[in-house]
Design a protein around this ligand. Structure first.
Ligand SMILES: *[C@@H]1O[C@H](CO)[C@@H](O)[C@H](O)[C@H]1NC(C)=O
Ligand SMILES: *[C@@H]1O[C@H](CO)[C@@H](O)[C@H](O)[C@H]1NC(C)=O
Ligand SMILES: *[C@@H]1O[C@H](CO)[C@@H](O)[C@H](O)[C@H]1NC(C)=O
Ligand SMILES: *[C@@H]1O[C@H](CO)[C@@H](O)[C@H](O)[C@H]1NC(C)=O
Length: 627
């Protein structure tokens, strides 16, 4: 009953671990990672668009002070499927740095790519952060740092433009500015000017650089007002840029959070072409917005723009309206005066505020996906604007500044990760527990497990099982060693093979191992396999039949084992004559014992254990079955 005992033990252990750490998941194969769980509500699963969630959980938005305390990776770029099942944990790549604007890009060369921003170090002198581009093999393709005169790679935006030659990023820089616009011509104060750059990704060169210094007056700000004192460096955050996009005309649209204004900046001469919102709006509009984020072009033609953005309507200190909403707005730039009209509005699902961050994304099937930042809250809407899905981290300790949904195909270069462990105190009742996962792979349908009898033995298929979640578990009889796992797709193609993995063994003395020698030796999987095949062939009757007695089964196991042993004995006999080896035969007679034990187990549990039930109900159910 070792088999059941170990299983039950693992289940209980899992349940206890879950209670202590219930909003995070851990994996045997990725021990350094703790992945956030999701709470998900589907209103209409049918309408949801296919794709994967791209989130970048962080605990606090500024980098934490370096510490020597051991901490598992929890923050960084993560991909999940729409069941909230982990696909890729990118945190080991970003080494516990906060990550922002994590997304898939299909506009570079037809192949899918990942991009994200890694935040600067706690001490900026040690690293100013970077924009990162990866292939769908999860290998680094390009990194762009902050240009020398910026003190960090700004965390708000890393937008790769179509063709993948250039990317947009936001910038900030402290500068001294005269206060003439406040009628204080003799005074100067430091302010943080906001701007953007268009970067040549190939050469890591800045092609276009723009900032608010001589373009946006201090009088537009709601954070730096006439009565405010003069500040030293870095100064008043008077505009606070938080997004940039570019249209086919070559003009840039930017969002300034602290002027409550969206600006169109000419790609020709950098002049402001128009303002939407704020104190000097050029549009006739029947709505207001404040502290907005993620302003993006949806469509542009000669007479109209459609843009999307989040109207946060609040910040960390102030509340300006009743609710945060995601908006689609149509701008008629041909009429006089120009008009701005809300054409789609999605309110915060909790009737509340996103005080900073948030994003809005039109999906290819017409659905809309919105990230509300706090707790990784994200919602999907049907084309009619009806809420069809909402999800958030099971933890309240994390947020995701932006959350996206994209198609994705992940084909990691790194091989699948396999961990095998042997349990048992009696040579005749050993089992091997195998865990396998492949961080980032999207197309694994099933796993095949192989073992060898010795280092240079040949791989023997011992089992195959469907992939059911990020990590798949399998328990097999006997002491299996030198194991590998093959990842198979739905068409039966082999996608990848793990490295050969030695099984972890217990301290045999401590577990009170009893056997012929002080410790057991790995079983020959081929022999076990042959015996299994013989038993399953039906030559000894239908052993699974209810009417078959235990005596019949034992006899069948005995006969099958003897038969296999005979043939192996002959093979070993040859070797023996040549090399005088005597050990082989002993092993085989042990196997008869193993299988007799195993048989008893099989009778009670005629299915493979592919994964651990994770909730307590399943544990109780198993306990009941074991009784
Ligand atoms: C927008 O704000 C202005 C100025 O505060 C106010 O007069 C106007 O009524 C607001 N419009 C709407 C639709 O709330
Ligand atoms: C431009 O787009 C608007 C909708 O945003 C549409 O009504 C108009 O017909 C379009 N004009 C042209 C010339 O395509
Ligand atoms: C809105 O969020 C705040 C925290 O930001 C919370 O204190 C408040 O209870 C929430 N209100 C509602 C209606 O959920
Ligand atoms: C997520 O769901 C679990 C189980 O229903 C619940 O205990 C937990 O409080 C939820 N988390 C949040 C943040 O709502």
């Amino acid at each position: 009953m070792l088999f059941l005992g170990v299983l039950l033990g693992l289940c209980l252990l899992g349940a206890v671990a879950q209670r202590l750490d219930e909003d995070l998941r851990s994996f045997v194969t990725l021990p350094e990672v703790r992945a956030l769980r999701f709470n998900i509500t589907y209103v209409d699963r049918e309408q949801v668009s296919p794709g994967y969630w791209f989130v970048a959980p962080y605990g606090q938005v500024d980098p934490e002070e370096p510490t020597t305390k051991y901490m598992q990776y929890q923050v960084g770029p993560y991909i999940y499927d729409t069941d909230g099942e982990l696909i890729w944990a990118g945190s080991p790549v970003t080494d516990n740095h906060n990550t922002f604007d994590f997304k898939a890009n299909w506009n570079i060369d037809g192949d899918p790519h990942l991009s994200f921003i890694v935040q600067h170090e706690y001490d900026r002198a040690e690293g100013k952060g970077k924009g990162v581009i990866m292939g769908n093999d999860y290998e680094l393709e390009r990194e762009v740092g902050a240009a020398s005169d910026f003190d960090a790679f700004n965390i708000h935006e890393f937008k790769i433009l179509d063709g993948g030659k250039t990317a947009l990023a936001c910038t900030t820089k402290p500068r001294q500015i005269g206060l003439g616009d406040f009628d204080r011509p003799e005074e100067e104060s430091w302010v943080i000017v906001g701007g953007f750059v268009e970067i040549d990704l190939e050469k890591s060169e800045i092609l276009v650089e723009w900032d608010s210094y001589d373009k946006l007056s201090i009088t537009e700000s709601v954070k730096f007002i006439q009565e405010d004192e003069v500040l030293g460096e870095p100064g008043w955050d008077y505009v606070h840029i938080n997004s940039v996009d570019k249209n086919s005309d070559g003009d840039y649209i930017i969002s300034m959070r602290f002027t409550n204004t969206i600006y169109l900046v000419s790609g020709q001469d950098g002049e402001i072409m128009w303002r939407l919102g704020g104190k000097e709006s050029d549009f006739e509009q029947d709505f207001n917005f404040t502290r907005q984020h993620d302003v993006k072009f949806v469509k542009t033609n000669s007479t109209h723009h459609v843009i999307s953005f989040m109207n946060n309507a609040a910040d960390e200190l102030h509340t300006e309206a009743e609710i945060t909403s995601a908006l689609f707005v149509e701008l008629d730039i041909n009429s006089s005066p120009m008009t701005a009209t809300v054409i789609n509005r999605m309110n915060h699902p909790g009737g509340n505020f996103t005080r900073f961050g948030g994003n809005i994304q039109e999906l290819s099937n017409g659905n809309v996906f919105v990230g509300w930042n706090e707790q990784g809250y994200m919602t999907e809407y049907g084309p009619g604007g009806d809420l069809i899905m909402s999800a958030h981290f099971a933890s309240t300790r994390y947020a995701s500044y932006r959350s996206y949904k994209f198609d994705w195909i992940g084909q990691p270069t790194a091989p699948p990760d396999l961990v095998a462990s042997v349990y048992g105190a009696d040579e005749q009742e050993m089992i091997t527990v195998v865990h396998v996962s492949w961080n980032g792979a999207t197309d694994v349908a099933c796993w095949e497990f192989y073992a060898r009898s010795h280092e240079h033995g040949s791989d023997v298929l011992i089992a195959s099982t469907d992939k059911t979640s990020f990590e798949t578990m399998y328990i097999t009889e006997g002491f299996m060693d030198w194991m590998t796992a093959k990842a198979i797709d739905v068409h039966g193609n082999v996608l990848g093979v793990s490295e050969v993995c030695r099984s972890e063994v217990p301290d045999w003395e401590a577990v009170g191992f009893t056997g012929e020698s002080s410790h057991p030796t790995p079983d020959d999987p081929e022999i076990l396999q042959n015996i299994r095949e013989k038993l399953d062939s039906g030559d000894y009757g239908d052993l699974y039949d209810e009417t078959t007695t235990d005596e019949d089964r034992k006899a069948a196991v005995y006969h099958a084992t003897t038969e296999v042993a005979d043939s192996v004995y002959k093979a070993y006999g040859m070797i023996q004559m040549l090399e005088n080896i005597t050990i082989g035969v002993l092993t085989i007679f042990c196997i008869g014992g193993i299988l007799a034990g195993v048989w008893y187990i099989r009778r009670r549990k005629m299915r493979s254990y592919q994964h651990l039930p994770t909730d307590e109900a399943a544990v109780e159910e198993d306990a009941a079955k074991a009784d």
